[in-house]
Design a protein around this ligand. Structure first.
Ligand SMILES: *Cc1c(COP(=O)(O)O)cnc(C)c1O
Ligand SMILES: [Zn+2]
Length: 418
């Protein structure tokens, strides 16, 4: 039993049953899951959630599945850490990092995949497939292995080495396609109509997949003592994560878990080498012009974002902003976050932190705001971005060599011993 009443077109509001559908037959608009919010209100409480598992599945009533034993590697309930040292460097006040590098396969994609594959199994699918920029590949392969499903995962041929290995290890089919993600995605749309018995998590199961991102809002609100933040910074590839995260805060109020109606300013982060949504924002345009990506933030390299317009709209209507980061700024931001907070993120997180810094210095993000930056993937996935880093010294194994090579300044003072 669940609280889903059906699906609805986001454009023309036509109703559909809760099946493996993702676009409206009439207007080709994307479909969205509809819940019975009154029934949810009556059955949910902060206490009932607190007694649930420390994963996304503590919010199961607000997710579109019935299964009491979901396909679960432990996604979600990742740390929300107060980042005072980073805040001080950026001139901000109350800053938090949602550390989604701590997910089972090292990225936020575990949230959406755990939901999508659980739903797919419920609908009778036995094959799990996806078009991926890298992190989705890792997560689909891992969750399919966990569930005993066959996986068929499609990636662009030029992905980071770590993302290829950490997908292949789970033993499914991994197909590298000579082209960009947008080529991969187009191929998968064709394959999806040819193989209706395959669950493409981000094609024919996308309506359910997207719902998993709401848990990024649910957790932050719960971890802040059931309060919404004032401003969030979210990376944008297809725009699905940002759109559903914003929906998540609103739903918490609808079901009575947040007392006050939240007014969360939502800001979006893109790489300057793939910034179709940020460009539309800067130009005040309504149409999003596709681009050919060229950036080290490969997990965000979607040139023709399916939910780009919705993300743009969410940012505009919430009073947020879009900003972009160059490859150099991405690397600098990865090092800044690591140096100040001890969190190592992949290039997508570098985009988020670089954009956080830029919006802070421009005064768009204010020091009187409670800010949450979403760091969505682990740094070990993209070590290529940091090849210039190495030991601070390489020495012979002697005291003299050490003394000659390393000067710790004041911090090496013997009197400073505990
Ligand atoms: C996929 C991904 C995103 C953004 O996802 P969309 O929902 O497509 O916008 C952000 N960060 C990381 C690390 C990702 O892998
Ligand atoms: Zn429609």
């Amino acid at each position: 039993m669940n609280f889903v009443t059906g699906l609805r077109c986001r454009e023309c509001a036509r109703a559909y049953p809760a099946e493996a559908l993702h676009v409206c037959d009439y207007c080709f608009g994307p479909l969205e899951v509809v819940y019975d919010y009154e029934a949810l209100s009556a059955s949910l409480s902060r206490e009932s959630i607190a007694s649930g598992p420390e994963t996304i599945w503590r919010y199961r009533p607000m997710l579109p599945v019935s299964d009491l034993a979901p396909i679960d590697l432990g996604a979600g309930f990742t740390p929300l850490v107060r980042a005072d040292r980073l805040a001080a460097e950026l001139g901000l006040g109350e800053l938090w990092i949602k550390n989604d590098t701590a997910n089972p396969t090292g990225s936020f994609k575990d949230r959406v995949v755990s939901v999508a594959l659980t739903k797919a199994r419920e609908l009778g699918f036995k094959v799990a497939a996806c078009a991926s920029t890298g992190n989705l590949a890792n997560s689909v392969a891992a969750h399919a292995a966990r569930a005993g499903m066959v996986s068929v995962v499609f990636i662009p041929h030029d992905l980071e080495r770590a993302k290829v290995v950490t997908t292949a290890v789970y033993g499914g089919h991994l197909v590298a396609v000579e082209g960009t993600y947008d080529d991969v995605n187009r191929l998968c749309a064709e394959l999806a109509s040819e193989h209706p018995s395959w669950a493409f998590v981000n094609v024919n199961i996308r309506t359910y997949y997207a719902e998993g991102s709401k848990t990024l809002a649910f957790e932050v609100a719960e971890q802040l003592g059931w309060q919404a933040p004032d401003h969030v910074v979210v990376p944008v590839a297809s725009g699905s994560q940002l759109t559903k995260l914003a929906k998540g805060f609103r739903e918490l109020h609808q079901v009575g878990l947040l007392d006050d109606e939240p007014h969360v300013r939502v800001s979006g982060a893109q790489a300057s080498g793939c910034a179709p949504v940020a460009t539309a924002f800067a130009e005040g345009a309504d149409a999003i012009r596709p681009v050919r990506p060229d950036t080290i933030a490969k997990s965000l390299a979607i040139g023709n974002p399916a939910d780009g317009w919705y993300a743009l709209n969410e940012v505009r209507s919430s009073g947020g902003a879009f900003e972009v980061a160059t490859d150099e700024e991405i690397v600098e931001a990865i090092r800044l976050l690591a140096r100040t907070e001890g969190i190592f993120t992949e290039t997508a997180g570098g985009v988020t932190i670089a954009v956080l810094a830029k919006l802070a210095s421009a005064g768009v993000i204010r020091s009187d705001e409670r800010v949450v930056a979403y760091v969505t993937g682990h740094g070990l996935k993209t070590v290529e971005a940091l090849t210039s880093l190495g030991p601070s010294a390489t020495i012979a194994p002697t005291l003299d060599a050490f003394a000659a090579a390393v000067d710790l300044g004041d911090s090496s003072n013997e009197s400073g011993r505990p």
